[in-house]
Design a protein around this ligand. Structure first.
Ligand code: MIG
Length: 803
């Protein structure tokens, strides 16, 4: 609760448009070197350099030469040679840097950046500063829209909002006033009418602000400390921006298949017997599930890398029994290491100097669950490696997934709620204060965890889930959106949150299904599970002292709904898995805003309560109680109601029936969706079933989908052990063609059978021509369903021509 002191007249308000202090001033000279353009001004200087195809790095600097050091967010790239030209004009300088055109004003040093065609990407941009705080103000058209910025409250379009980047443990409230949550991804996507998109990434892990509120004709980006180190990311389209940004900061790690399964959590499943009983209940009820989480009670007085001997007397026997049922355990690991002279992890950390310290050499000790605790300094490679290797403890128990929580880091104190800002991180020989590196802490913890697990697992892909992160977190961990509540508003808000995480490079994300704190209801759980079953990360989690919310806690109807939708997720597994591969290869998110596929449609710029899964599935979740129908916006094209098969022409709103057992879901004509019909109680069981390729006829034109298959578990795909088949479906007046092109095929699984079904055929084809792997295939046509079925003995390249 806040008192009136919160609106103190002298409070320094974030987002206020400060009257600028100092500026660069007059430009004195411009120099170019092989890889950079250097601009020297009266009071500060600017440096430009290419950081990749379509990415311009712009750095404000005050010394003689710029420092090109980057944070770990940026993947090291060898210096990119830059084709550059500098021309002095009467009023300024016209410069070319790669594909970018820069115009710099001589008198006031304002900058405009355009693409090769003269389209404006940035500008006018002006730098100003006051003490440590540097602000960049960028003029933007009034019809601009803003996206990205990682995990933020509010609706999809960030226009009119202002956010801070400062990783914060916000137990409550997750409301629009909260401008900083657990993740900080200082990447802003600027989207203009007609679909022209570009991005600005500020690589500064200290406190920064993105203000799209204070001025209608400009946005501003400010850093409270550290460098104004910007990357301007060109499009032209939104997809290009996301793809280039993830070129720079890396792509979502390809998860093991089991991590795409349904996951069940609770703070906490209290003992071994409860965990086993839970697993047996899932199996006896036929509700697929892959993972059970262990929250903080599994540890011995909250000491990480230990088990409570009474609650979990034989954890190896437990994980072995779970493995037989097809379950994995993911235990929580917090950063706080209990200050206890008899605890090996603490002893070693102190002896080897792995923990965070003040400049004077004192350990930083903060209060968290274990009481007074030390915190590993992950900015130091030696310490990070030590931490990573400690995870052999879990690996020895058959564990290959880890849950990182409290890694903002959250510290129980009344002032900063985090580590003291004057802790000095070693940062591999370039010491910096915690205040300067705060937002990196969680990501570096997950990096150390991911890398340590990968070392220990000998070829198996690890899974890491994290609460805190910074740009680049996608390379190491999935992200869940922290302590939401069992509120309908939070169900709804999780959609734009996860959509913007996706545009910020984090494809593997989700919110606690059913809500973490407060008490869920059956109706809420049913609606949330329907939606959550399509989220990239799919976990039901709830807090201590709240109503239990496993799928069967609210009676048979709700249980049946949860079962159906969770099964539906497993049926979609090949589709989801292929979309994850796409995310890991190109950076495109799995859960997509409609804007990503329909950038020219003005009705989707702030559409926050619908989403696409990949290109072909459109979901419109029910976000309010008592609602049994809702308006759905269908963009251009032809759409089918997934449940009834009813056909709709897009480019308009429709009213969809949504009784409790049904979430409105539409499939685009032209869709190509691989599914597994066989059922199965966990992802790897489903993974071995026969594949069905669903094709939805009725489109004009062509569509494509790439099916990715590998062993589902190891890094062998990086050495080529995978199959990538590209399906293409094309319809014209005379008929239709389905082709499968083998882009890569080195998967030694003998080639499994494939069923193809073309749905919604206008008529029975007069002729069907088959070649390639389909040559000896059998086809049938179902008159009543208007479906064409084709059976292939082996998945492989083929062609089917219908006339
Ligand atoms: O503030 O470990 O967000 O998922 O169950 C409590 C206990 C600390 C916060 C996490 C939540 C987890 C809980 N943790």
């Amino acid at each position: 609760m806040l008192t009136s002191e919160a609106i103190h007249p002298e409070q320094n308000r974030p987002g206020s448009d400060r009257i600028a202090g100092r500026r660069i001033g007059r430009i004195r000279r411009v120099e170019r070197t092989e890889q950079e353009i250097l601009v020297f001004g009266e009071r500060a200087n600017l440096a430009f350099r290419l950081a990749g195809e379509g990415i311009l790095r712009v750095k404000l600097f005050f010394s003689a030469m710029p420092d090109w050091e980057t944070t770990p967010a940026v993947l090291a790239s060898p210096g990119v040679p830059m084709e550059a030209e500098v021309q002095e004009t009467e009023t300024g300088y016209d410069m070319q840097a790669g594909s970018f055109r820069l115009s710099l004003h001589k008198e006031n040093s304002s900058l405009v950046v355009r693409d090769a065609r003269g389209d404006r990407l940035l500008g006018e941009a002006e730098w100003s500063w006051e003490r440590e705080r540097i602000t960049l103000t960028v003029r933007a058209e009034a019809d601009s829209h803003y996206y990205g910025l990682g995990e933020k409250t509010g609706f999809f379009d960030k226009k009119g909002e202002s956010y801070r980047m400062w990783n914060s443990d916000v137990y409550e409230p997750h409301v629009p006033d909260i401008d900083a949550l657990y993740q900080s991804i200082p990447f802003l996507v600027h989207f203009r009418k007609g679909g022209r998109a570009s991005g600005v990434f500020l690589d500064n892990p200290g406190k920064t602000t993105f203000d799209m509120r204070s001025r209608a004709d400009a946005y501003s980006i400010a850093a409270d400390s550290g460098a104004m180190d910007l990357y301007l990311v060109d499009g032209p389209g939104l997809k290009d921006v996301v793809s280039r940004y993830t070129d720079l900061t890396g792509r979502t790690a390809m998860p093991p298949r089991w991590a795409l399964g349904y996951q069940q959590s609770r703070y906490s499943y209290m003992d071994q017997e409860e965990v086993l009983e839970l697993a047996r209940t899932f199996r006896s009820k036929g509700i697929p599930c892959d993972v059970i989480y262990l929250d903080i009670h599994y540890m011995d007085e909250y000491r990480v890398f230990t088990w409570d001997p009474e609650r979990f007397p034989d954890p190896k026997a437990m994980t072995a029994e779970l493995a037989e049922m097809g379950f994995r355990i993911v235990p929580i690991v917090d950063p706080g290491v209990k200050k206890d002279p008899n605890y090996a992890v603490y002893q070693e950390g102190v002896a080897e100097g792995y923990f965070c310290k003040k400049l004077e050499g004192d350990l930083f000790i903060g209060n968290v669950w274990p009481g007074p605790s030390a915190f590993t300094d992950y900015t130091d490679d030696r310490a990070a490696e030590w931490w990573g290797d400690l995870h052999r403890f879990y690996i020895d128990h058959g564990i290959s997934g880890i849950w990182n929580d409290m890694n903002e880091p959250s510290v129980f104190n009344d002032t900063t709620k985090t580590m003291d800002l004057d802790v000095v991180h070693r940062n591999n020989g370039r010491p910096k204060t915690h205040g300067e590196l705060h937002n990196l802490y969680g990501m570096l913890m997950s990096k150390a965890t991911y890398e340590g697990m990968a070392r220990g697992l000998g070829g198996e892909r690890p899974f890491v889930l994290t609460r805190a992160g910074y740009a680049g977190i996608q390379r190491y961990a999935a992200v869940w959106t922290g302590d939401n509540r069992s509120y309908w508003e939070h169900l709804e808000m999780s959609i734009p949150m996860v959509l913007n995480l996706g545009l910020s490079g984090v494809a593997f994300a989700g919110a606690d299904i059913g809500g973490f704190s407060h008490h869920s209801s059956g109706e809420l759980l049913a609606r949330w599970t329907q939606m959550g079953a399509l989220f990239p990360f799919c976990r039901n989690h709830s807090a201590i002292d709240t109503s239990r919310q496993e799928p069967w806690r609210f009676g048979e109807q709700v249980e049946a709904i949860c079962r159906e939708y969770i099964r539906f997720r497993y049926r979609l597994m090949p589709y989801l898995y292929s979309l994850f591969y796409e995310a890991s290869a190109s950076g495109l998110p799995v859960l997509r805003p409609l804007l990503l596929e329909y950038p020219g449609d003005p009705l989707v710029t702030n559409l926050s309560d619908q989403f696409l899964v990949g290109e072909f599935l459109l979901a419109a979740p029910v976000c309010r109680p008592g609602v049994t129908a809702r308006a759905v916006y269908l963009p251009e094209g032809v759409w089918y109601d997934h449940r009834t098969g009813e056909r709709y022409a897009g480019g308009r709103h429709v009213l969809a029936e949504a009784p409790l057992e049904s979430m409105p879901l539409f499939v685009k004509a032209g869709a190509i969706i691989p599914v597994k019909e066989a059922g199965g109680q966990f992802a790897d069981e489903v993974g071995n079933g026969e594949l069905t390729l669903e094709v939805y006829a009725g489109a004009s034109g062509a569509s494509r989908f790439r099916l990715f298959e590998d062993d589902g578990k190891t890094f062998a795909y990086r050495e080529g052990a995978y199959r990538l088949l590209e399906f293409a479906w094309e319809e014209s007046g005379e008929g239709a063609t389905l082709t499968a092109n083998s882009l890569h095929d080195e998967l030694e699984d003998g080639g499994k059978p494939l069923q193809v079904v073309v749905k919604h055929m206008a008529r029975k084809p007069a002729s069907v021509e088959l070649s390639g792997a389909a040559e000896d295939g059998e086809w049938t046509y179902d008159e009543t369903k208007r479906e064409l079925w084709l059976g292939l003995r082996k998945t492989g390249a083929f062609r089917m021509q219908l006339r």
